[in-house]
Every structure is written in structure tokens, then in C-alpha cells.
Design a protein around this ligand. Structure first.
Ligand SMILES: Cc1cc2nc3c(=O)[nH]c(=O)nc-3n(C[C@H](O)[C@H](O)[C@H](O)COP(=O)(O)O)c2cc1C
Length: 406
């Protein structure tokens, strides 16, 4: 990657990001994004379109980035003529366009370079991320969809838009990705360039507790929050993996594929399908061992009953059902007490490559908590990770995965 240059940003930083800002109402989130980049030590150079300047002044971006803000005016005023587009492109490592209007996306897809931002895009040779945002009808228009497909086909990372209330007051798909998700995409672009062991590998992660139906409204469940699985999926994404998260709870703002499931059976089907061409499966979900033998289609009424018996049967073994040569499997063993001996037995019985042991009775860690304390059992080692946040635990698990990958 190219590094130093005279375009400013966080002084001394060799991680240089070009932020293209266009005239979409979500521009206020771009201010937050640039602020976040500066806070993380990236050197941000902002390039705005004329429409963007009508929403937010260059001064705002300059203040939050502590770096230069370029536009058509600055380009035409530079003494040597219009070379800012070449200089800006040459000196950056990653380019991100947020918000990306329908107009600018169309120009990027067509190769039109009639302003500084689109000229910089054409001159830039590194990874490009776009965060589209617009009214749902503009977003769904075949022209916009075709432009996004063309850009994605050329390797541009097109971040998914969210569904919800849009600035125009209508409901639909078209909300821009949140600044944190865009930041994650930028961090990932740097990781991909560094070509780490997980880069380009397909990683499937499961998260959350399964819900096994009793009747139309009730279920047998557990206290798993899905935080450990989410942390693992986020960390794998940041290391450049192609991530699929199979989750039993809503996943907000994930920049990778998510598959919603409810029961162990649904999870097994989703895992089987998504691991067909995967390299790694990390089973962080708390899958129910038993489910009601028969689920009532309606609602069981209380009536005059004093008790209600439930007959339970074993659920499918999701991990075993996904086993195939070439798939590195990571299991979690939640034990009631410091029973590492049982975790060792489980590792042998399940034939997994790695097993992550945690004690669910330990205070303040594990199920539902923000922190965890784990021991990773590899083929020949036991790596103890003392109490820390789940992100750090996820990093330790993926370090072990990277080591175990063929
Ligand atoms: C209040 C307002 C909000 C707008 N929001 C968006 C938007 O979210 N997405 C979009 O594609 N265009 C939006 N537009 C239209 C663009 O600003 C317009 O297409 C402009 O030409 C884009 O120029 P640029 O791509 O060079 O920034 C908005 C316009 C106005 C006046």
C-alpha cells in the first residue's frame, strides 16, 4: 500500500483514507464517520461534491478530520491546474464514498469524471467502499440496482442499506449503513490488503440460543444473548473473511450475510447450507439439547389445569450434521463449573479441531454477559484467556483458528 503524502489528516498516520462525500441527507452520518476515522488514527482526506457542500460546509469536515477538504473549487484553484485528483488518489490506501447518492453511483458505474470526487475514483487503484443511501423508490429503480451490480462486479464493496423510516418520511430500504459499520468496512479493507490467514476464507458463525416451540406463542429457550457469536463474526469480517452469521436474534447493522433462524432444526439446515463451501464453522450458539416432542399449532389454554407436562426429545446435533472433510470446526462447551476435564472429553467425542471451554457458573462472565473467560483447546495446547470483553476473546479464538488452518 502507498503511504506517506502531504495531504494531511492524523499527523504521522500511514493509514490514509479518502472519504468521498456526496449530496445525500445522510451526510450528517459522514461527519460522524470522519470523526471516527480521525479518532482511530486514520488520516482522512475528504472530497466533497457541490451538492454535499450545500448540506454541510467544508469547515465541519476539516474540524473533525483535522485534514484537508477538497472539492472542485480547490482543484481548479491549485496552481498547477487540476491535478488534485491524481495526487489524492495516489496518496490514499482506501477510498470510501458515504453517503453515496444515486447520481454519484451512476457516474462511478459509467466512468464519468465531471467533478473532483468522480475523477479521484477513476484515478484510484485501491479498495473502494460505497455506502448508498436514498429514497426507497430511487434505490429500487432498475437503473440504480444495475449500477450497484456493475460496481460490485468490479470489486467495489457495496454496503447494504437498512430498512426503516427514510428522511423523506417514507418507509423502505435506503437508509445508509451506520458510521460504525462503515468504519468496520474500512478496517477490513486494510486487513484484506495485509493478506492475513483468514482473508478470503469463508467463515460461518452461529449465535444465540435456539427457541424450541411449545405452542404458537411459547418456547423452550435459554439465556444466550448471542454476543459471543456476534463478536466472532465481527472479528472474522475485520480479518477479511467472507462471513455468514446464523443467528436466533435480530442482528443490527452487520456488514456481512446474516441468516435468521429459530430452532435447532432450522439452525442445522442453515448451517448445512452455508457451510457447503465454507472453510470454518464456529458454533457459538447455545443449541437446545431437547425440544417438545409435539408443538401445539394453537395456544395451550390454562383452563382448569394445575400442571402441564411436556415430553421432550433430543434435537439434531448441528455440529455433527455439518461435519465434512476440509471444514475446520470450532465448538463451544459451556460447563457448569470449572470442568475442563469434561471439555477435553467433549473435544475428543465430537472430533472438532478446536474447542472453547467456558464456565457458565463463573460470576460476571459467559452467558448474557459482556465479558468471558475461556480456555481454547487445540490439538496440542490449552490456551487460557483470562476475563476480558468478548471482542478480545473472539480475537484469541480466531488467532487459534488462523494457526489451525491448513
Ligand atoms: C434535501 C435533499 C435530500 C437529498 N437526499 C438524497 C439522498 O439521500 N440520496 C440521493 O441519491 N440523492 C439525494 N438528493 C438528491 C441529490 O442531492 C442530487 O441528485 C444531487 O445532484 C447529487 O449530487 P452529487 O451526487 O454530486 O452529490 C437529495 C436532494 C435534496 C435537496
Amino acid at each position: 500500500m502507498t503511504g506517506a503524502g502531504a495531504q494531511g489528516g492524523a499527523p504521522g498516520s500511514d493509514r490514509r483514507v479518502l472519504v468521498g462525500v456526496t449530496g445525500g441527507i445522510a451526510i450528517y452520518k459522514a461527519v460522524e464517520l470522519v470523526r471516527g476515522l480521525a479518532r482511530e488514527g486514520f488520516a482522512a482526506t475528504v472530497v466533497t461534491t457541490a451538492a454535499a457542500r450545500r448540506f454541510v460546509t467544508p469547515l465541519t469536515f476539516a474540524a473533525v478530520s483535522r485534514g484537508p477538504v477538497l472539492d472542485d473549487e480547490s482543484a481548479w484553484q491549485s496552481t498547477g491546474g487540476w491535478f488534485e485528483h491524481i495526487d489524492a488518489a495516489r496518496e490514499a490506501d482506501v477510498m470510501v464514498v458515504a453517503p453515496a447518492t444515486a447520481n454519484t453511483l451512476a457516474k462511478m458505474a459509467a466512468g464519468i469524471a465531471d467533478n473532483l470526487l468522480t475523477a479521484v475514483y477513476l484515478a484510484f487503484r485501491g479498495p473502494v467502499i460505497v455506502a448508498p443511501t436514498m429514497n426507497w423508490a430511487m434505490y429500487e429503480h432498475p437503473a440504480t440496482q444495475e449500477n450497484l451490480r456493475r460496481l460490485a462486479g468490479r470489486g467495489v464493496e457495496v454496503l447494504p442499506t437498512g430498512r426503516g423510516e427514510l428522511a423523506c418520511g417514507e418507509e423502505g430500504l435506503g437508509r445508509m449503513a451506520e458510521p460504525e459499520a462503515i468504519l468496520a468496512a474500512v478496517r477490513r479493507a486494510f486487513a484484506v490488503a495485509a493478506e492475513g490467514p483468514l482473508c478470503g476464507r469463508r467463515v460461518v458463525v452461529t449465535a444465540g440460543g435456539t427457541r424450541e416451540r411449545i405452542d404458537a406463542v411459547r418456547y423452550v429457550g435459554n439465556r444466550s444473548s448471542g454476543k459471543m457469536g456476534r463478536a466472532l463474526a465481527d472479528e472474522a469480517y475485520l480479518r477479511g473473511a467472507e462471513v455468514t452469521l446464523v443467528a436466533t436474534h435480530a442482528v443490527e447493522g452487520a456488514p456481512y450475510t446474516t441468516v435468521p433462524v429459530e430452532s435447532a432444526e432450522e439452525m442445522a439446515a442453515a448451517v448445512r447450507e452455508s457451510t457447503a463451501a465454507a472453510d470454518v464453522l464456529v458454533m457459538a450458539a447455545a443449541v437446545a439439547d431437547f425440544r417438545p416432542r409435539e408443538a401445539e399449532p394453537g395456544k395451550i389454554e390454562r383452563g382448569q389445569r394445575e400442571t402441564l407436562g411436556l415430553e421432550l426429545e433430543r434435537t439434531v446435533d448441528v455440529l455433527a450434521a455439518a461435519a465434512r472433510p476440509g471444514l475446520l470446526r470450532v465448538a463451544f462447551a459451556a460447563e457448569a463449573g470449572p470442568r475442563i476435564d469434561r471439555a477435553r472429553e467433549k473435544k475428543a467425542a465430537k472430533g472438532v479441531d478446536l474447542l472453547v471451554f467456558n464456565d457458565v457458573l463463573a460470576e460476571g462472565v459467559g452467558i448474557g454477559a459482556d465479558e468471558n473467560e475461556i480456555t481454547i483447546l487445540t490439538g496440542d495446547r490449552e490456551i487460557h484467556v483470562s476475563r476480558r470483553d468478548k471482542r478480545a476473546c473472539a480475537a484469541a479464538v480466531l488467532d487459534a483458528v488462523e494457526e489451525a488452518l491448513p
